[in-house]
Design a protein. Sequence first.
Length: 196
Amino acid sequence: MRWPMIPPLSGRHVRLVPLAADHEEALARAVRDGDLWKLWYTTVPSPDTMGAVIAERLQQAEAGTLRPFTVLDAEGLPVGMTNCMRIEPRHKRLEIGGTWYSARVQRSALNTECKLLLLTHAFEALDCIAVEFRTHRLNSQSRRAIERLGAQLDGVLRAHERMPDGTLRDTAVYSITAAEWPTVKTHLRHQLERPR
């Protein structure tokens, strides 16, 4: 059983379009804003590896295991990437992850709306029973952002993965369940509508 491709998703602050090979140059520019690949606790592609990472994600998309997106800001400029991954149609679960944004749009309404669009599609179009988020236990910025969405900590997978620098990653796993979704959706909409 395969889930269908996810269509482009649009909001007021963000547009998510399927990742494409011709996004490489713009995404390489976007990742330079903040030198995001230099953060030791993440696995953000560098400008030099962007093409290879895009090719790998497109192969995974073809296999049905990943739904990768280029994140565009309100002006239509690429500012990052995100994915629906660990897709489990039988269990009606997926993870939203592998997300990174240019420094200039971090802590803006863009991330909130990006997650609202993806979660709405997951729960209301794909009928998911749960959506996961995972991050390095020591990535406090990411953990705070996930918690602001309304996700609950399920636990920490200790010594879960080896990082590119050889260190072991403890993975903090969060989720939102279908039963929680209506309240989380109201919360996210409120976050977008409140004055900044």
